[in-house]
Design a protein around this ligand. Structure first.
Ligand SMILES: [Zn+2]
Length: 232
């Protein structure tokens, strides 16, 4: 059975509502997913690897990559949703290069799966160093975009019948950052959503949550960041 995006959301909401009814549990007859439905893909999701040369970090990253690739039912691709390196936000050029070189060496040597990465706040170079590298071509996001081999700091692709939208949720704010999509990216996102056929499921990946529980607990600050959670 083919389910449209709206239909899927409706089913998911219905399932959520049902599971919240006190004393009522979903039974076999309440199944909302057709048992005949075929899996379209299997993905691994890594986030906040925070890779650095020190300690067990490189070995831990390698072990995790091996684990995923040695699964009997292994995924088709890996999504890295940001903070790939420990920190380049407040790191020197040398330290940043060391971390990216290590990231790319481990992926080259230990990973044969396709990867789909995006930037986290710690992958942005130099914003935390009071403009020390401001005039460098790689200042800000450009260095990470090149090291991660992605077309732009936000981009999209199709995989297994799904449309994936990879967001860049880190926006410069004074000497630091806030969680926000700038206007250009917002327009791009609107266009992406509009042009994707309604029956195509969409997966949106963002390092900083675009909607989170903190909205309900920290409303005043959230308002200033267009609804995105300012805490990372
Ligand atoms: Zn982060």
């Amino acid at each position: 059975m083919k389910t449209s995006r709206k239909g899927f959301l409706r089913s998911a909401l219905a399932a959520g509502a049902l599971s919240m009814v006190p004393g009522k549990f979903l039974g076999a007859t309440d199944t909302i997913v057709s048992p005949n439905r075929k899996r379209s893909m299997r993905l691994a999701h890594f986030t906040d690897v925070h890779l650095q040369p020190e300690g067990a970090a490189p070995y831990g990253f390698e072990a995790a990559l091996h684990q995923v690739q040695n699964m009997a039912d292994k995924p088709e691709a890996i999504i890295f949703s940001g903070d790939c390196v420990m920190d380049s936000f407040s790191a020197s050029r040398e330290r940043t290069k060391t971390q990216w070189d290590l990231w790319n060496k481990i992926l080259k040597d230990e990973c044969s799966l396709p990867t789909h990465p995006l930037l986290g706040n710690h992958d942005v170079w130099g914003w935390g160093l009071l403009g020390k590298y401001k005039k460098d071509d790689n200042f800000g996001k450009q260095w990470a975009v090149e090291e991660l081999k992605i077309p732009k700091q936000y981009y999209s692709y199709d995989l297994g019948g799904w449309h994936f939208i990879m967001l860049d949720s880190t926006t410069k704010h004074g000497p630091g950052y806030i969680a926000k999509l700038d206007n250009e990216q917002k327009d791009w996102l609107k266009e992406e959503l509009k042009k994707t056929p309604s029956a195509t499921p969409i997966c949106i990946v963002s390092h900083i949550p675009i909607y989170a529980m903190c909205v309900f607990m920290d409303g005043k600050r959230i308002k200033k960041t267009d609804g995105m959670c300012p805490v990372v």
